[in-house]
Design a protein around this ligand. Structure first.
Ligand code: 5GP
Length: 381
């Protein structure tokens, strides 16, 4: 048994220290990035390879209510990226990849590591012939079987960008890159609807795993995604500041029209009242009667992809040797995603301005993290 005594950090353990800068306004900050991937071999004939990815490096997670076609279309228009849920049919996927104008550059096909997953991918790839990104993800990216699977997909498809995960340590980040992955998905247990840390005791503080895995990946020309644990735009800024090339979001993008869930309305009694009628009484000159005021609130269901809810919906229930590692919640309905994205990108631009980063790319080198006990005032929360 070993004990690591180094302090490991979460987004909630730090703040970004403001610095002097010459930036005039947050409008000047550039949030788009360009990346060339390590193992991807594009089929280019007589075209110079300038860059493989160009866009705002924020990704919608491949979760129900988040990684939908509609979300992909909307985020793609805004320059962001989506990893699709694994549960679309071959027909739906072929049609999407054949017709969507943003699919090739802004969408990843997602798959697991069973033989069925491999044959489904073969069918969709052959049918659409425009898939550039594939996300191979499992809850535990530490198995030999997973590594071999990633290597076999790399061998069969040299011209797809492989996103692989999830891991949290530098050794496995490097191993996956050496086996052929391009972008490593980093995060075990930080997710908003994840219960892995409670069920198993396994995990790694997310900011530290981002910092360590980014450092390991960048040394090999690889890239990483900080996946899970962002609760607000400030956390997204901290993930980029820690070296993440991409940030993947589930909960922060849940509850929107584009996620496709059913809107659930609940009625709550408020602490306000309204006058019902004036009662004239001989004994008391005027008596007022009051009615309580009720208000409606709207919600959308959101759940972890290994929760009971997801297993029941997609696989008819949990297998008897498995335990649920996700929870099910109702998140407030938030309307169209564009408003949320605008708010988030505004926060990110502002973070860059505070530390003097003209481009998102410069955020890590402009960052000094300050360790703290408490990041913000919660008096009105
Ligand atoms: P969030 O942005 O909501 O904090 O985290 C999203 C991430 O949580 C996803 O991208 C995925 O990696 C992870 N996740 C999604 N569903 C589950 C689940 O049921 N269990 C666990 N352990 N992680 C999940």
């Amino acid at each position: 048994m070993n004990i690591e005594n180094d302090i490991k950090l979460d987004y909630s353990s730090v703040l970004l220290r403001p610095k002097r800068s010459t930036l005039g306004s947050r409008k000047e900050v550039k949030l788009t990035r360009r990346h060339i991937f390590r193992n991807y071999k594009p089929n280019l004939v007589n075209i110079q390879r300038e860059y493989d990815f160009g866009g705002v490096p924020i990704m919608a997670s491949n979760m129900d209510g988040v990684g939908t076609f509609t979300m992909a279309e909307e985020l793609g228009k805004l320059g962001l990226f989506t990893c699709l849920v694994k549960t679309y049919s071959i027909k739906e996927l072929v049609e999407f990849f054949n017709t969507s104008t943003i699919a090739r550059e802004h969408v990843a096909y997602s798959m697991g590591i069973t033989d069925n997953d491999a044959s489904k991918f073969r069918a969709v790839y052959a049918g659409s012939n425009s898939i550039k990104y594939v996300c191979i993800d499992v809850a535990n990216g530490y198995s030999e079987r997973f590594l071999n699977y990633v290597a076999s997909i790399r061998e069969e498809y040299p011209n797809v960008v492989i996103i692989a995960g999830n891991v949290v340590t530098s050794d496995q980040t490097q191993e996956l890159l050496l086996r052929g992955a391009d972008i490593i998905k980093v995060g075990i247990g930080p997710g908003s609807v994840c219960t892995t840390r409670i069920q198993t005791g396994v995990g790694y503080p997310q900011l530290s795993s981002v910092i360590e895995c980014a450092d390991a990946a960048h040394g090999l020309g690889g890239h990483i995604i900080a996946d899970g644990g962002c609760t607000c735009p400030g956390d997204v800024a901290k993930a980029f500041a820690g070296g993440a090339d991409f940030v993947m979001l589930g909960g922060m993008l849940a509850g929107h029209d584009e996620g496709g869930g059913e809107i659930i309305t609940k009625t709550y009694k408020t602490d306000q009242v309204k006058i019902k009628e004036e009662v004239v009484d001989t004994e008391y000159p005027k008596v007022l009667e009051y009615n309580p005021v009720y208000e409606e609130k709207h919600f959308i269901q959101f759940y972890g992809m290994s929760s009971d809810a997801a297993n029941t919906k997609h696989f008819g229930g949990l297998k008897d040797y498995r335990a649920s590692e996700g929870r099910e919640v109702l998140v407030p309905y938030r309307g169209p995603i564009a408003n949320t994205i605008q708010d988030m990108l505004g926060g990110l631009r502002s973070a860059c301005t505070y530390v003097g980063a003209e481009k998102l790319k410069h955020l890590p080198k402009c960052t000094t993290f300050i360790r703290c006990q408490d990041t913000h005032n919660r008096v009105y929360e």
